[in-house]
Design a protein around this ligand. Structure first.
Ligand SMILES: [Zn+2]
Length: 294
């Protein structure tokens, strides 16, 4: 097999890429959808077309790769894919109105690293779609700086950092109408403390009835309104909210994390003061900071 990423470094250790690199969506995952093709990728509800004007339809769901060396690829298979595979298959077994399956603590611990792997590598600047019309990678976060600390644990066989939260909600399996109810959001600040960018970040993706949101928020707790209301669950760093089978369908337009604009610079003493209260719907951290009069 040829080198798909000639000259590109492994995204985890900067070693030499091996073959096609790492499947962000693993082959066994894409294989679960083979009976549901053909697939046409969409961008903002518009079907994507190839250069000759034909629809970019493919018989199977198309994947996404990042450059990775052989050693890291093997480590991810062992530490992340293997523990998650059976759990993800259970989550994929959902059909129609059937509830999501409840997961044991061990199953949650098995699937969280995989959800982080997919969500983080999807937005890696070196990620490349198998479907050419999806290049360059167009997700909004893709060109943002990528902090190695988000992924450096993945090839080590250790737990993800507790500075991540992983939230899940149930999504309708049928196409939803536009959301016309009350929208809620939490501002995820861009914080620089004593000159160090804390790299607050949010990333999301979904598959078959499950919406996954990842937030990197070191040192600042989050009060998620849907978790409080029993309508979403947190799987990491500790489990909060209802069992997955109890999650109601939530429209993806109802709640979102909002990336703040320009950075807010603070001393560590100021950061300590502003993080006494969690990030929440009712509180704009930037306004709260400037309201401190510092
Ligand atoms: Zn590597």
């Amino acid at each position: 097999m040829g080198d798909r990423f000639p000259g590109e470094p492994c995204v985890l250790c900067a070693g030499v890429n091996h073959g096609v690199g790492e499947h962000v969506w693993p082959a066994w995952f894409l294989g679960e959808f083979t009976q549901e093709g053909p697939f046409t990728p969409h961008k903002n509800d518009v079907p994507l077309v190839r250069r000759d004007g034909s629809a970019a339809t493919a018989p199977s769901l198309q994947g996404l790769h990042v450059p990775m060396c052989e050693a890291c690829n093997n480590a991810l298979s062992k530490f992340i894919e293997l523990p998650a595979k059976a759990v993800v298959r259970r989550l994929l077994s959902v059909t129609g109105n059937s509830p999501l399956p409840d997961l044991s603590p061990a199953e949650i611990a098995g699937v969280v690293p995989w959800l982080l792997k997919v969500g983080l590598l999807m937005r890696h600047p070196l990620a490349q779609h198998d479907e050419p019309v999806m290049r360059p990678h167009q997700d909004s976060g893709a060109l943002a700086p990528f902090y190695p600390g988000w992924t450096s644990w993945m090839n080590q066989g250790i737990a993800p950092p507790a500075d991540f939260s992983v939230f899940v909600s149930r999504r309708s399996l049928v196409r939803e109408a536009d959301f016309d109810g009350a929208r809620q959001g939490i501002v995820v600040p861009h914080v620089i403390v004593d000159g160090v960018d804390l790299r607050f970040m949010t990333a999301g993706f979904g598959f078959r009835g499950l919406d996954v949101t990842i937030v990197w928020h070191p040192g600042w707790a989050i009060e998620h309104p849907l978790v409080t209301a029993g309508r979403a669950a947190r799987l990491w760093p500790s489990v909060m909210g209802p069992q997955l089978s109890q999650l109601p369908v939530v429209h993806p337009g109802e709640f979102r994390f909002i990336d703040a604009g320009g950075p807010m610079c603070a001393s560590s003493a100021q950061f300590k003061a502003m993080t006494v209260l969690p990030l929440s719907v009712d509180r704009d951290p930037v306004a709260a900071f400037f309201g401190m009069g510092t």
